[in-house]
Design a protein around this ligand. Structure first.
Ligand code: FES
Length: 88
């Protein structure tokens, strides 16, 4: 089974994802992954990839999908789309 991982950018700094809600978004992903009984390693903090103009950004590996201006309301849908198959 391939392990899918969600990288959430929460880099601090003016105009960066952390300032645009990246930390809260990361916590949302972590809480929801825990609630679903998925591995905590499915969600990781990402470093700046120079996309913060559209932040907060989320990258899904290995699906190679980027999400921009992500809100807490999108967390469920992203997990459903990419992590459903990684359930133990
Ligand atoms: S701080 Fe998130 S892409 Fe730069």
């Amino acid at each position: 089974m391939s392990l899918c991982q969600i990288f959430v950018c929460a880099t601090p700094g003016e105009g960066r994802c952390g300032e645009k809600g990246g930390n809260e978004l990361l916590e949302h992903f972590r809480s929801e992954v825990e609630r679903r009984g998925l591995s905590p390693s499915a969600v990781l903090r990402n470093v700046c990839t120079r996309r913060h103009e559209e932040g907060p950004v989320v990258f899904v590996y290995p699906d190679d999908v980027w999400y921009t201006r992500v809100t807490a309301g999108e967390v469920d849908g992203i997990l459903d789309r990419h992590l459903a198959r990684t359930r133990a």
